[in-house]
Design a protein around this ligand. Structure first.
Ligand code: NAD
Ligand code: DAU
Length: 350
C-alpha cells in the first residue's frame, strides 16, 4: 500500500511517519509537505534512508504538484494532516488558513477523486481534524461526535470547513473517508510556538512565561504517539464515512501545566527557590475569542475500535521535557530567523 501523508514534516506528521514505518513495514509512505515554517526535514532524519519512505516537496495549493505526486507514486490512500495549525497565527493573519486548510483540502479531495475514479471505494482518505471545531465547553460536559460544530477562531473555522468538505465528498461522491477530532497533543518535534515547548524553551533561556488571561483555561492533553496509534486504528478499522473523537482524559488548567513544567525544569537546572522558573510567569492579555475548555469523550473509538491512550500524563510530560533538553540544537534551528520576528510581533518582546 502506498500512503500519501500530507504535512509529514510537521509535529504530528513526522511522529506518525516514524510510528507507521515501524508498525506497518509493508507500506510505502510518501510525505507531501510544503516545508512552511512548521515543517522541518530534521524531524525525519531517522527514516530518510528507509527505502519505504519518500519525500515530495509540494504545496496543497498547487494543483500541478498534487497531480504530480499522485502520478509519480500511484497513491493508494491518503492521511491528510497538512494545515496551518496555530490559533494565534490565524488571529494575526487568517488568509493562509483559508488557502491551505480549506482550498488545499478541496484540491486534495478532487485530486484523489480524479485519480481514483475507476475504483473510488477501494481507496481510503483519512482527514485529521481537531476538537476545536466543537467550540468551547463550560465547566461540565465533554465533546462527543454528535456535538454541533461551533468554531471560534479562524483556525478552527478553517478546519471545520475542511471537515464539511470531506463529509460531502463521502456522501455525494461515495469516497471512502474518515475524520478524526483530536485534543491537544504534546511530545517531541512540536514547534515551540505551542504552549508546552514554548514554556520549556523559555525556562531554559530564562525568558518570561506568557500566560494568557487568568490561565484557568482547560486543555485535554494527549501524548502524540497515542494519537499516532489512534490514527493507525481508525485507518485500518474505522467505518467509512464515520468520525472519531480522540482524547486523553487529561484535563489541565494552563497555569497548572506551566507550574508543572517550571518545577521539572527547576529540578533539572538545579535552581534555588529565588532562581525558580515560577518567578518568570507573567499573565498577559488574553487571546481574542479564547476557548475556555476542551475535553473529549473518546468512548466511540474505545468501544468500537479498541483504542485507548497508553501514556499517563506524568510519563508523557517527562519524556517530552527530556526530549527538549536533549535536542536543544533542534530547538535552536527551528526557532532561528522568522520565528524570532513572529515572537516579537506576537508577545511584544524579543
Ligand atoms: P504543524 O504545524 O506542526 O505541521 C503542519 C505541517 O503541514 C508542516 O510540516 C507544514 O509545512 C505543512 N503544511 C502547511 N501548509 C501546507 C500546504 N499548503 N501544503 C503542504 N504542506 C503544508 O501541525 P501539527 O500540530 O502537526 O498538526 C497536524 C494536523 O493535526 C493539523 O491538520 C492539525 O489541525 C491537526 N491537529 C493538531 C493537534 C495538535 O495538538 N497539534 C491536535 C488535533 C489536530
Ligand atoms: O485542541 C487541539 C488543538 O490544540 C489543535 O487543533 C491546534 O492545532 C493546536 O495548536 C492546539 O491549539 P491550542 O490553541 O489549544 O494550543 P496552544 O498550544 O496554542 O495553546 C494551549 C493553551 O495555552 C491555550 O489555552 C492558549 C494558552 N497559551 C498558549 C500560548 C502559546 C498561553 O497561555 N500562552 C501562550 O504563550
Amino acid at each position: 500500500m502506498v500512503i500519501l501523508i500530507t504535512g509529514g514534516a510537521g509535529f504530528i506528521g513526522s511522529n506518525l511517519i516514524h510510528y507507521w514505518l515501524a508498525q506497518n513495514p509493508g507500506d510505502t509512505i510518501v510525505n507531501f509537505d510544503a516545508l512552511t515554517y512548521a515543517g522541518n526535514l530534521a524531524n525525519l532524519a531517522g527514516v530518510e534512508s528507509n527505502p519505504n519512505y519518500h519525500f515530495f516537496q509540494g504545496d496543497l495549493r498547487k494543483q500541478e504538484q498534487l497531480d504530480e505526486v499522485f502520478e509519480q507514486f500511484s497513491i493508494d490512500s491518503v492521511i491528510h494532516l497538512a494545515a496551518e495549525s496555530h490559533v494565534d497565527r490565524s488571529i494575526n493573519d487568517p488568509s493562509p488558513f483559508i488557502e491551505s486548510n480549506i482550498k488545499g483540502t478541496f484540491q486534495l479531495l478532487e485530486t484523489a477523486r480524479n485519480h481514483w475514479q475507476e475504483d473510488l471505494k477501494d481507496h481510503r482518505f483519512l482527514h485529521v481534524s481537531t476538537d476545536e471545531v466543537y467550540g468551547t465547553l463550560g465547566k461540565e460536559g465533554l465533546f462527543t461526535e454528535q456535538t454541533p460544530f461551533a468554531p471560534n477562531s479562524p483556525y478552527s473555522a478553517s478546519k471545520a470547513s475542511s471537515d464539511h468538505l470531506v463529509r460531502a465528498w463521502h456522501h455525494t461522491f461515495g469516497m471512502d473517508t474518515l475524520i478524526t477530532h483530536c485534543s491537544n497533543n504534546y511530545g517531541p518535534y512540536q514547534f515551540p510556538e505551542k504552549l508546552i515547548p514554548l514554556m520549556i524553551r523559555n525556562c531554559l533561556l530564562g525568558k518570561e512565561l506568557p500566560v494568557y488571561g487568568d490561565g484557568l483555561q482547560v486543555r485535554d492533553w494527549l501524548y502524540v504517539e497515542d494519537h499516532c496509534e489512534a490514527l493507525d486504528v481508525v485507518f485500518h478499522r474505522g467505518q467509512s464515512g464515520e468520525s472519531y473523537n480522540i482524547g486523553g482524559l487529561n484535563e489541565w488548567e494552563n497555569l497548572s501545566m506551566v507550574r508543572y513544567i517550571c518545577q521539572f525544569m527547576d529540578a533539572e537546572l538545579g535552581n534555588s527557590p529565588e532562581q525558580s522558573c515560577l518567578n518568570l510567569i507573567r499573565h498577559i492579555q488574553d487571546r481574542p475569542g479564547h476557548d475556555r475548555r476542551y475535553a473529549i469523550d473518546a468512548s466511540k473509538i474505545q468501544n468500537q475500535l479498541g483504542w485507548q491512550p497508553r501514556h499517563q500524563i506524568g510519563e508523557g510530560l517527562e519524556k517530552t521535557m527530556r526530549w527538549y533538553l536533549d535536542h536543544q540544537e533542534w530547538v535552536e534551528q527551528v526557532t532561528s530567523g522568522a520565528y524570532r520576528d513572529y515572537y516579537k510581533h506576537h508577545y511584544g518582546t524579543g
